[in-house]
Structure formats: structure tokens, C-alpha cells
Design a binder for this molecule. Structure first.
Ligand SMILES: Nc1ncnc2c1ncn2[C@@H]1O[C@H](COP(=O)(O)OP(=O)(O)O)[C@@H](O)[C@H]1O
Ligand SMILES: [Mg+2]
Length: 219
């Protein structure tokens, strides 16, 4: 479903080019749960940004469902991102002025779904992550674990094929972290393709396959 071939990505540091990803080759099959593990600074987030169509590589090929997305324009990239991929971030990235319900609903508003469809899909996602009783609260009135559940509900509301989670437990205590991993595992069991990015061995253990990255290289 996803294939990266000889992907390179550099950042300009003054006049120098710093390669954050070097010749990455990687496949992700439909329904898999893969963990990418590596130390801080190894290129994990850069890799996730490319896989998530949030950024483009300098060179190489990147296929999602047999379409080479490395060469697409921004609007087509945005379309793929919005339809096929759900994101979960370390810092939750919820909008502070919106309630949990409204945060989950927002991507469906952008998609132009009508009221009934939005309500149904939002409630289904909220039920799935177990935050019904908190859905009228704003992020500041929720615990970290509840905020991350809300973020997961937002990620799955649009029914993406793939979930990309970048250090989803990085800001949580170990109990909430385990709960989040259990929710992600359940989503994978229900058929979602899941890529977990982490520096934490314990969290990587939940995955079916572990890929190690260091200094921008998969080894
Ligand atoms: N926007 C940027 N500009 C310059 N260097 C960057 C930028 N983003 C990341 N880097 C560098 O690229 C390397 C990989 O970063 P990152 O992908 O965030 O790693 P990780 O998520 O594994 O901690 C690091 O050395 C980081 O300093
Ligand atoms: Mg990172």
C-alpha cells in the first residue's frame, strides 16, 4: 500500500545541506502495524512528514496505492492527506477553543459533509475512543490521555486507511500511554494500517514489525 524507494531529504543549514533521510527504502502493507524506532534526531518525524504528505522528499519515489506522490502538486497532496491518512501527534494538536466534539468534527466540516453525516461519524469516533462523557469539554478541561483520545477520534473520523502516530504517548504517564496503545492496537485489529513512531522500546513492542532508524538511515 505504501512504498518508499531511495528517498532522500535534506534541510539547509546555512549554506550546508544536512541529510535528515538517506536513501530510505520501506514498504508498508495494508492492515499492518509497524513501529519506526530510533533515537531523538534520527529522522523519524521527517520520515513521518513525508509518508503523511506533509512534506516532499528531495529525491526518490513514494507510492501510495500505486500512485507516485513524490511528484504531485500541493493540492493533490492535500487531497490524499485528507482522505487516506489520519495523524496523531505527541502534543495532541487540538484546537483550544473548540470542544472535544467540535475538534473531532472539524475535518468532516472541511470535507463538506452534511450535518447528519458529520454527527454520525463524529459520535462513532468518540464512542470508539471512550470519551463520550467528556465530549463537551475543551482540551484544557481534559487530562492528557483524554486529549490524546480526542486526537485519535479526530484522526479516524474521516475513515482513513492509514494512521500515522508520532510519539503519541510521549506526553503521557505510563498508564494513559498504555490505554492509548490499546486503542491504537484495537484500531489496527479492525483493519487500519498503523505506523507508530517512537523512541520507546516498550511502545514499539505493540507492533507486528519494528523498523530501526538512526542518523537518517534504516538499518
Ligand atoms: N526544519 C528543519 N531544519 C533544519 N534541520 C531540521 C529540521 N527538521 C529537522 N531537522 C534536523 O533533522 C534531523 C532529524 O530530525 P527529526 O526528523 O525531527 O528527528 P526525530 O523525529 O527522530 O527526533 C535532526 O538532526 C534535526 O535537527
Ligand atoms: Mg520527532
Amino acid at each position: 500500500m505504501i512504498a518508499l524507494k531511495n528517498i532522500n531529504k535534506s534541510y539547509a543549514i546555512g549554506r550546508e545541506k544536512f541529510y535528515a533521510l538517506k536513501d530510505i527504502n520501506l514498504k508498508l502493507y495494508s492492515g499492518e502495524f509497524v513501529a519506526i524506532i530510533g533515537p531523538s534526531g534520527s529522522g523519524k518525524t521527517t520520515l513521518m512528514n513525508i509518508i503523511g504528505c506533509l512534506d516532499t522528499p528531495d529525491s526518490g519515489e513514494y507510492y501510495i496505492d500505486d500512485e507516485n506522490v513524490a511528484k504531485l502538486n500541493d493540492s493533490r497532496l492535500a487531497e490524499i492527506r485528507n482522505c487516506k491518512i489520519g495523524f496523531v501527534f505527541q502534543r495532541f494538536n487540538l484546537l483550544p477553543r473548540l470542544t472535544a466534539f467540535e475538534n473531532v468534527e472539524l475535518p468532516l466540516v472541511y470535507r463538506g459533509l452534511n450535518n447528519n453525516e458529520r454527527y454520525e461519524k463524529t459520535m462513532k469516533s468518540i464512542e470508539m475512543v471512550g470519551i463520550i462523557e467528556r465530549m463537551k469539554h475543551k482540551p484544557s478541561e481534559m487530562s492528557g490521555g483524554q486529549q490524546q483520545r480526542t486526537a485519535i477520534a479526530r484522526a479516524i473520523a474521516g475513515e482513513p486507511e492509514i494512521i500515522l502516530a508520532d510519539e503519541p504517548t510521549g506526553n503521557l504517564d505510563s498508564k494513559s500511554g498504555k490505554e492509548i496503545m490499546n486503542i491504537l492496537t484495537r484500531l489496527n485489529n479492525q483493519g487500519k494500517t498503523l505506523m507508530l513512531i517512537t523512541h520507546d522500546k516498550e511502545m514499539a513492542k505493540y507492533a507486528q514489525r519494528i523498523i530501526r532508524i538512526s542518523d537518517g538511515k534504516i538499518n
